[in-house]
Design a protein around this ligand. Structure first.
Ligand SMILES: [Zn+2]
Length: 73
């Protein structure tokens, strides 16, 4: 079961996306697991009332989750 996950690299300064990791604005682009096409992770985030919270897909919104050292609650 090899899901075809896409890995996207992004510059946190100018949000340029790339298929390959490289230096941008003096720092290494961050690696993001963009999920597979049609994956829930590729959908934008909605709140409980169904309002759009962000146009960015979830994998981008939560990109800092696993590196955060302070729990959100
Ligand atoms: Zn950049």
């Amino acid at each position: 079961m090899a899901a075809q996950h896409r890995t996207v690299y992004m510059c946190e300064v100018c949000l340029t996306a790339s298929d390959t990791q490289m230096m941008h604005h003096g720092r290494l682009m961050i690696e993001c697991d963009a999920g597979s096409p049609g994956d829930d992770r590729t959908q934008p985030l909605f709140d409980a009332a169904g309002r759009l919270l962000t146009h960015a897909p979830k994998w981008w919104v939560f990109r800092h989750r696993h590196t955060s050292d302070t729990p959100s609650h």
